[in-house]
Unconditional design. Structure first.
Length: 308
């Protein structure tokens, strides 16, 4: 799967991913009112508005980007209707040729991880039929429970040509409470990175592994260290834009071949219409604001990498 992602990144010269993390405050009133008209003030109405919001942003940006990353919590908060919107979003993004990174951050004991993996990147057999329940291409995985929580995902990656990004050094301010703790004189995130490399050897897909890593844009110093520790590991880099990361900070997340990382922006893209610099688009043209925000992000990242 990682080779497919790389191919799309190279074709569009776009090492970025748009995070589809809808919140009520981002949804234009017109979409919400349309949902209310059909379903009343209900979870179903919000879920319908969420899908229409995502659909418009995908339509406005799919020619510029290789992938989208829906964060499942933003859908789960709306219950079963929200999960239907999540599934619809995955299906629609794939219909536009986009790779879908499901930001699910799952990880549990072996049998439970196996169920998560089957539900999101695998398939289940019901009688004589086989179903792919959510059908993402890649998902994020929490390694806190160790190898038996990660291995079921790797097994399904190898069977179904899928991928995972394992949390190594996350972008949030309190990540250091555990991730920076030293063990035998080394921070925990370095030890996790070495384990990612070990896991990745069993799932190589060309020059890179299907077992990637998550390293936050807000920690460029650690990014430089981790890039050297994981030369064959693709890095998903959250924290661009709204959390403070800029293109110039992220050069060292990439390898000399210009590959090795994909940078995520969520609020900075999907909520662009709420920002002063994109006010000219107005709420009605929120998707056009998102497209311009993608173009601006690409200019920033390409300029930093020297690939304009």
């Amino acid at each position: 799967m990682i080779s497919k992602l790389i191919k799309e990144i190279q074709k569009k010269n776009a090492p970025i991913v748009v995070g589809l993390d809808p919140q009520l405050g981002f949804l234009p009133k017109k979409l919400l009112h349309a949902g209310f008209k059909e379903y009343g003030e209900s979870l179903e109405a919000v879920a319908e508005a969420v899908f229409e919001f995502n659909k418009a942003i995908i339509d406005a940006t799919y020619d510029l980007i290789p992938a989208v990353k829906p964060q499942i919590a933003m859908y789960e908060q709306f219950g079963i209707p929200g999960m239907v919107a999540f599934s619809q979003t995955v299906e629609y993004a794939k219909s536009k040729g986009l790779i879908v990174i499901g930001d699910i951050k799952r990880g549990d004991i072996g049998s439970t991880s196996g169920a998560y993996a089957m539900g999101h990147i695998g398939n289940v057999t019901v009688g004589s039929k086989i179903f792919t329940p959510f059908d993402e291409d890649i998902v994020t995985v929490n390694p806190y429970l160790g190898s038996d929580g990660v291995q079921p995902f790797i097994d399904i990656c190898n069977r179904n040509d899928r991928g995972i990004f394992v949390l190594v050094k996350t972008s949030n301010p309190s990540s250091g409470e555990f991730q920076d703790r030293e063990i035998d004189g080394r921070p925990l995130y370095e030890l996790v990175a070495e384990k990612v490399v070990e896991w990745g050897k069993s799932s190589m897909d060309g020059d890179y592994s299907n077992v990637g890593a998550v390293v936050g844009a807000t920690y460029p110093e650690q990014g430089r260290i981790l890039r050297k520790l994981m030369p064959k590991t693709y890095i998903l880099v959250p924290g661009y834009g709204a959390q403070g990361g800029k293109g110039a900070d992220l050069v060292d997340f990439f390898n000399p071949d210009g590959l090795g990382a994909i940078i995520n922006s969520s609020r900075g893209i999907i909520a662009a219409h709420t920002k002063s610099e994109y006010a000219k688009f107005g709420e009605e043209h929120f998707a056009d604001a998102s497209r311009q925000a993608v173009i601006d992000m690409l200019d920033d990242v390409r300029g930093a990498l020297g690939t304009k």
